[in-house]
Every structure is written in C-alpha cells, then in structure tokens.
Design a binder for this molecule. Structure first.
Ligand code: H2B
Length: 141
C-alpha cells in the first residue's frame, strides 16, 4: 500500500517502523526478558547441574577453567560462540594465558535467570566436547 502525505510518498510498512521507533520499540525490546530465579531455585540448579560454579553477590554465575595452554583456552572460547549466539546470551570472559574466567548474569533482569544456567551448562560441555567436562578452579574467581 502506498500512502501520500503531502509531498511524501511512503508505505504502510515504513510508517509502522517509524511509529515503532518513535514509541521506543525496537528489535531488542521485543525480546522477552526471562524471569529472575529465586534463591532456592538457584541453589538447587547449582547442586544438580553446576556444583563447581559459584554465585557472586547473588547475581552472577562464575567459573574459571584452566587449559593446557593458550591455544586450548582460545579454542574453548571459540566453542562458546555458537551456544552463546543461539541463546542471545553472552558470558563476560577474562582470558589469562591458559585460564578463562566466565561470568554470567542477565543484565536486563538484574540477576540470574534460566538463560545463565543454560549458557553455563553449554560452557561446561564445551570445555571438553569429546569427554568428561573440566571442573572450575577452586582457588580463582
Ligand atoms: N548477555 C548476558 N550475559 N546478559 C544479558 O542480559 C544479555 C546478554 N542481554 N546478551 C542480551 C545480549 C540482550 O541485550 C539482547 C537484546 O538479547
């Protein structure tokens, strides 16, 4: 459909997009923010699925994995790309030579949600896709 507004000729789609932007609606806002998990659920999920991960300030999941060398650490980081993108949820990463520290929180919700556990579990699996997953270092953040 074409609409004539004075000198401007435009389409219904463009008006819709224009209105959406004007109202502050955009693609990122349209994605539903997952619910915050309760403390009890967080503890149960840690116990059952991620016993070596830590909760920081009740708001983030944290784990540091150590690999044999820098190349292995970077290969792990690269294996995180696909699951993080698929979940549209991304860990904060700190790389120190052969160690990779991960921190996960749902910023939009202000704490921990199912998404953090989903990506943390994917990260755990990605530490060793061919065998037993690694365990987080106990003496590192
Ligand atoms: N990653 C993490 N860890 N937390 C978020 O709240 C978050 C994210 N938000 N990745 C995502 C991107 C959001 O901004 C987009 C729109 O999905």
């Amino acid at each position: 459909m074409r609409i004539r507004l004075g000198r401007w000729v435009t389409s219904g789609l463009m008006i819709g997009v224009g209105l959406g932007v004007g109202l502050g609606l955009n693609a990122s806002r349209a994605i539903a923010v997952p619910e915050l998990l309760s403390g009890d659920v967080i503890l149960a999920r840690l116990r059952d699925d991620l016993p070596d991960w830590r909760v920081i300030n009740g708001q983030s999941l944290a784990c540091t994995y150590q690999f044999d060398n820098f190349v292995e650490a970077i290969a792990f980081v690269n294996r995180l790309v696909e699951p993080a993108e698929a979940a549209a949820h991304h860990p904060d990463l700190t790389i120190n030579y052969n160690r990779v520290a991960l921190l996960l929180s749902t910023h939009d919700a202000g704490g921990l949600t199912e998404l953090d556990f989903r990506v943390a579990q994917a990260a755990r699996a990605a530490t060793n896709p061919d065998g037993q997953p690694l365990t987080c270092l106990s003496n590192a953040l």
